[in-house]
Write a protein that binds this ligand. Structure first.
Ligand SMILES: [Zn+2]
Length: 273
């Protein structure tokens, strides 16, 4: 964490500046230069990790001078000491897990599934808090039940948070399922062939509806942070021709299942856009 905060991690960009690497580009996506912010927040693989996390962190904006400054801002926005402890320890374990998994890929060419990273980070955080103070387990439970942004579903219900991206001709979707205590049940992420961000958002939502319908999940909530899509699905207007089939699929599944669908603020839907 200290090295991260003072930009002393051996990222490709830092190595390149010291003539220790032939390229400053990210070893995973090969697409962008790899400063700390890209390694930790902006790489597609990293974004999938944060999306699976219950921390719902908003990544640093381009104007943020350092990760430390950004983290200070996030801590200041918490409403209790318990919440800030959970945020700091959660951030530290996820960041550490991303860094070690990134290095594993560099040296062993084995890219770990984002969901496995979140599970191991969550487990490590729980163990850390329980060792630190026996009362921390209670604190952790409290924070998970009442997070500042993401709202857990009612008891016996599950919530699906959906997201779709479309960038430089490449699109992907992510769907994460959590239960009423905020625990990650499972999730998925995959590439899709679409021509717009609207279509990718819709495919993510349809995927959630398909899971709910196929698995006959009784009480479920689906959330998207795309206002346009929410408006489209909740209105009776004719959908755009290039999205009509997917929208009709979703509307049909909604009509035969008890699914609550709603908009959620971007900060509550995912950690790293
Ligand atoms: Zn990358």
């Amino acid at each position: 964490m200290c090295k991260l905060c003072v930009n002393a991690l051996a990222t490709k960009e830092n190595f390149y500046k010291k003539n220790c690497s032939p390229s400053p580009n990210c070893p995973i996506c090969h697409d962008r230069i790899e400063p700390v912010k890209h390694m930790l927040f902006e790489c597609d693989w990293t974004r999938a990790v944060w999306f699976s996390s219950s921390l719902t962190l908003i990544p640093p904006s381009p104007g943020t001078s350092s990760v430390l400054q950004w983290l200070d801002t996030r801590i200041a926005a918490t409403t209790s000491k318990k919440e800030s402890s959970y945020l700091i320890s959660g951030f530290a374990f996820v960041a550490w897990s991303i860094w070690t998994a990134r290095n594993k890929f560099v040296f062993e060419h084995n890219l770990v599934c984002p969901l496995l990273i979140i599970k191991s980070a969550s487990q490590a955080q729980s163990e850390f808090l329980s060792l630190l103070n026996s009362s921390c387990l209670e604190s952790l439970s409290s924070v998970i039940n009442y997070p500042s942004q993401w709202i857990p579903p009612p008891v016996l219900s599950v919530k699906f948070n959906c997201d779709g991206t479309f960038k430089r001709g490449s699109a992907s979707i992510g769907v994460v399922r959590r239960n009423s205590d905020g625990s990650l049940i499972n999730g998925l992420g995959c590439k899709v062939n679409v021509i717009s961000s609207l279509q990718s958002e819709l495919l993510a939502i349809r995927k959630a509806y398909m899971i709910i319908t196929q698995q006959r999940i009784a009480h479920s909530i689906v959330e998207s942070d795309c206002k346009v899509v929410v408006h489209l699905l909740q209105s009776d207007n004719a959908p755009p021709w290039d999205s009509a089939v997917v929208i009709e699929d979703i509307r049909f599944m909604a009509s035969v299942s008890s699914i609550s669908f709603s908009f959620v603020a971007r900060s509550g839907n995912r950690a790293a856009h």
